[in-house]
Design a protein around this ligand. Structure first.
Ligand SMILES: Nc1ncnc2c1ncn2[C@@H]1O[C@H](COP(=O)(O)OP(=O)(O)OP(=O)(O)O)[C@@H](O)[C@H]1O
Ligand SMILES: [Mg+2]
Length: 467
């Protein structure tokens, strides 16, 4: 069932319940008030009647007119009076009762003998109900008279009936009107949801560039739209990355294959000497090495992403590692007369995987050598700034163009100046470095002026002190 109908129905039933209880309360309070008012008027009239009787005396020949002359309050149209003797016989009656007698009920008589006033309702066929008060008049301990005042309940009943009709008529109308209002309001409140739904429908995997127009309010709908847009943005970014990745990967794989194919075809064009074949095979072997390295790294990074690569967590003496790498790098740099120097090296221990950390440093040093000017200097340094260790590898070389600096950690990314400077490289080294650093809860940063220098800084948390 659509949310709009559900909301309206809920709203309608709640409102109906409220209206019904309201009507019930109004009716009950009104009925009670009106009846109490009648009773109070009867009591007042009885008091006047008794007072007039007491002043006139209780002689058997007294007439109602004698009383009403003196007490005009008694001659009211809507009330009648009867005075009974203790035997229950009528002695005086107001003129508006002439047509009939209303007998004294048994209960009134009994309670009159006990000295109690009785209030009762009575109904005679073909007439509207009446309300009666019977008050005993006691002198010197004996009952001398019973004064009864009565009035018709017709006006009260009519008023209550009118109220009931009004409530019964206006209740459903009010309910209907507010249901229409509720339906309208629910529609208004849900309209943005409909808009979001149809917009979300338009956004497909092939076109993730679309966004929902976000309502400016920060209410539920606004937050929903913002969250949805953020999600689409993340999806778009990862889709783009995947597309870029496969394009780059196939490109990188094709280069060695093209080289191998070209060289083999060339060699097969005519018969060659053993040395020539050997040279081709050696060159092919180099390309195969490159291919298998690419494939290895291609396999490693997704596994790392999926968390399938296990890292050791042991105390690693980073200072020893740095001096070791410096020795290795000096050998690697010999061909290009690159000097690998050591800056300050503080004694530092971190928790992690020694083999991976070595790979990380080797990759950075490899880049530094590859992208240095011949005869340049590379400097390694390691400082301790509790609670972190700071490791830097800096070189003087081609540097990294500003617009490439954020992308060099992407897989397969190689800056243009790097491609012209060195044919070798697939652009996976720094992606691997980034993964290793982050797996050690650290971060890697780069700082460079193109054509002058590049400095990579790694910040790793120190190992907790041994207790
Ligand atoms: N020290 C550096 N100086 C200048 N540019 C660098 C330096 N280190 C990295 N870069 C830039 O970052 C890019 C990515 O480096 P990365 O190590 O990932 O790839 P690569 O060295 O080109 O290839 P690979 O390491 O996979 O053999 C490089 O192609 C280069 O453009
Ligand atoms: Mg590299």
């Amino acid at each position: 069932m659509p949310l709009r109908i559900t909301l309206t129905l809920w709203y309608g039933s709640a409102l109906a319940a409220v209206l019904m209880s309201f009507a019930l309360v109004v009716y009950a309070v009104m009925a009670k008030d009106l009846r109490e008012q009648v009773d109070r008027q009867l009591e007042n009239s009885a008091v006047v009647a008794i007072r007039s009787l007491q002043q006139k005396g209780f002689g058997p020949f007294i007439q109602f007119e004698d009383l009403s002359d003196q007490f005009p309050e008694l001659a009211v149209v809507d009330k009648f009076f009867q005075i009974f003797s203790p035997t229950g016989r009528i002695t005086i009656q107001s003129p508006n009762l002439r047509t009939r007698d209303i007998p004294l009920s048994r209960t009134s008589l009994e309670s009159a003998f006990k000295g109690n006033t009785t209030l009762e309702s009575a109904k005679f066929p073909g007439e509207s109900p009446i309300r009666l008060i019977s008050v005993p008049i006691v002198q010197d301990g004996t009952l001398v008279n019973i004064v009864q005042v009565g009035t018709s309940l017709q006006s009260v009943d009519e008023a209550l009936h009118r109220l009931l009709v009004v409530l019964l008529l206006t209740g459903p109308v009010a309910l209907g009107l507010s249901l229409i209002g509720g339906w309208f309001l629910a529609g208004r409140a849900l309209r943005p949801v409909d808009q979001i739904t149809s917009a979300a429908h338009r956004i497909t995997a092939s076109d993730l560039s679309q966004r929902l127009s976000v309502p400016t309010s920060s209410d539920e709908i606004g937050r929903l739209a913002t969250t949805f847009n953020d999600m689409i943005a993340r999806l778009e970014a990862s889709f783009r990355q995947i597309r870029q990745f496969s394009a780059d990967a196939s490109h990188e794989l094709r280069t060695p294959l093209t080289v191998m194919k070209g060289e083999s075809e060339l060699a097969l064009r005519r018969s060659r000497s053993g040395d020539e074949y050997k040279a081709v095979l050696e060159s092919n072997l180099e390309e195969i090495d490159r291919l298998s390295r690419i494939v290895d790294e291609l396999l490693f990074l997704p596994r790392a992403d999926l968390g399938q690569v296990k890292l050791e967590r042991q105390v690693v003496k980073l200072d020893a590692l740095v001096t070791d790498i410096q020795r290795q790098a000096s050998v690697l740099g010999q061909d290009q007369q690159i000097h690998v120097a050591l800056g300050p090296v503080d004694p530092v221990e971190v928790l992690g995987d020694e083999w991976r950390l070595r790979e990380l440093l080797l990759n950075l040093v490899d880049n530094a050598i590859k992208y240095s000017w011949p005869g340049g200097t590379i400097e390694l340094s390691l400082t301790r700034q509790a609670p972190m260790a700071r490791l830097t590898v800096s070189d003087r070389g081609i540097g990294i163009p500003l617009d490439s600096q954020t992308r060099i950690f992407d897989r397969f990314f190689r800056a243009d100046n790097a491609r012209t400077h060195s044919k070798k490289g697939t652009g996976l080294g720094l992606a691997l470095c980034k993964w290793i650093v982050e797996a050690h809860q650290g971060r890697i940063e780069v700082e460079s002026i193109p054509g002058e220098y590049a400095r990579f800084t790694i910040v790793l948390p120190l190992a907790p002190p041994a207790s």
